[in-house]
Each structure stands twice: as C-alpha cells, then as structure tokens.
Design a protein. Structure first.
Ligand code: ATP
Ligand code: MG
Length: 242
C-alpha cells in the first residue's frame, strides 16, 4: 500500500522546478523530504495532492491513478496535505475549523464533529474547542492545521513544514503526535521540514531534493553521512546537522 509519484517534472516558464522525480510513500512510515529553499519540495507536494498539474509524470495511490483528479477527489483516496504557513478560518471556533477537514470528505455534521474532537485530542488542543481560532498561539494554530488534516482521515498525510515557527516544546509535542498517528492509524506521513534534528530523529527514510532533482534517498543515518548531501545542502560545508 503506497503513494507513488513517477517521473514527475514541472516547468514554470523557464524554471524547471522538478526534474524526473520518483517518490514512494508507504503506509506506516515517515518519509522526510528535505532540501534547500527553492529545491521543489512544496511543488512536489502540490503535484501529489493535485493543486498543480505536472508537466509530465503521474501519481498513484494503492494502484489507483490519481493524475487527473482534483485535490478533493484525491482526498477521498486518502491523500491529504497541510500548507506551508498555518491556515485558519478566523471567523470560526477551533472545533469548526477542524470540522472543515471532515466535512470536505463528505462526513455529516455529527460525524464531522466526532472526528474533529478526536483530532483535537490527538494534537493536544482539547479544551480549546469553543475558542475563536484567532485566540490560539502560533504553535497552536499549526497544531489546529494538523488536526484539520487528521479529521479528513488520511491514508497519506503530506505535511509542509509543520514545525516552522514552533518553539522547542511545541516541536517536541508535534514529533510525538506524528509518531503516534503513524503507529496508531498506520498511515504514511511525508514530512517537509528544515528542522534537521526533527527530521533525523523521526523519519524512517529521507529523500533529498536539490534544484528539482533527487540527490539521494536513504535512512537518516545514510543521508547524514552522504558527502554530496553535506556539500549540496544549503551550499554550506556544515550541511544538515542536529
Ligand atoms: N507558481 C510558480 N510560478 C513560478 N515559479 C514557481 C512557482 N512555484 C514555485 N516556483 C519556483 O519553483 C522552484 C521550487 O519552489 P518550491 O516552492 O517548490 O521550493 P521549496 O523546496 O518548497 O522551497 P522552501 O524550502 O523555500 O519552501 C523555485 O525556484 C520557485 O521559485
Ligand atoms: Mg516550500
């Protein structure tokens, strides 16, 4: 059971943002997707989740070809993503914000509320249900974003920099939540993240993109030891480190 992107290329006018990318995300694993700014990470998630059509290439989930489907249709096949930068609906309560994820999947109000309450417990936001979402801290907004995605019952969850802007204790909570959902729900998580200590400690495998190409895919141990990653990543000799 896997989510597979095959031979994905993406041109924006003269910019080749993705070149012939293959990616496989299996159920029950956390796959890190790392690379310098502009490497193509978000573009790849946009292509996989259906928000952008690739110039060439295909996307399949459990052997179903999703390539021509809308984002919502892909979510019915279990492909759910979050966006870089928290997105909240400011006129809604926390609970209503999270219910949106389940309602988008076609749940009725009762089931959507149940799913939303469960998701809020998972991310540690229980007790905030009736609060206006605007009263959450930034870290809580990010957690709400994750809860909304969970309420959509993903098989494959694509997280675009979920820890960005979080402090250390919020990041620690996020790490535990991601590990718990992968274990308890047996879903696959694609984790785009610049926080290397988070990536290296939580991921089963890591795929490294540089300038739209896959530099390597391997265990955190292998990726950290790879001298090409060290020299290419961020263009510094330091490379990804904890
Ligand atoms: N809609 C667009 N139109 C034109 N160029 C784009 C568009 N979206 C992305 N790009 C370009 O494609 C490349 C990849 O961008 P992308 O946002 O996927 O990188 P990223 O790895 O997510 O970077 P970051 O770590 O900063 O989030 C960049 O050169 C970017 O400028
Ligand atoms: Mg990005």
């Amino acid at each position: 059971m896997s989510l597979i992107a095959s031979k994905v290329s993406m041109n924006f006018a003269a910019i080749l943002a993705l070149k012939d990318i293959d990616l496989a995300l299996h159920k029950g694993e956390i796959l890190g997707l790392i690379g310098p700014n502009g490497a193509g990470k978000t573009t790849l998630v946009n292509v996989i989740s259906g928000f952008q059509r690739p110039s060439t290439g295909s996307v399949r989930a459990n052997n179903v070809d999703l390539s021509s489907l809308s984002p919502r249709a892909r979510s019915y096949h279990g492909v759910v993503r979050t966006f870089q930068g928290a997105r909240i609906f400011s006129s809604m309560t926390v609970l209503q914000n999270v219910m949106v994820g389940a309602l988008g999947q076609g749940s009725n109000l009762t089931h959507a509320e149940e799913a939303a309450r469960r998701a809020l417990i998972r991310v540690g936001l229980n007790g905030t249900e009736t609060m206006p979402a605007t009263q959450l801290t930034y870290g809580q907004e990010r957690a709400l974003d994750l809860a909304r995605a969970l309420a959509a019952r993903p098989n494959y969850l694509l997280l675009d920099e979920p820890a960005a802007g979080m402090n250390e204790s919020e990041t620690t909570v996020l790490k535990r939540v991601v590990q718990d959902i992968v274990r308890d729900l047996e879903i696959g998580v694609l984790l785009i993240e610049h926080d290397m200590s988070l990536v290296m400690s939580v991921c089963d495998r890591v795929q490294v993109l540089v300038k739209g190409e896959t530099l390597t895919v391997g265990t955190p141990f292998d990726v950290r030891r790879n001298s090409d990653v060290m020299s290419a990543y961020l263009g510094t000799v330091a490379g990804p480190s904890e």
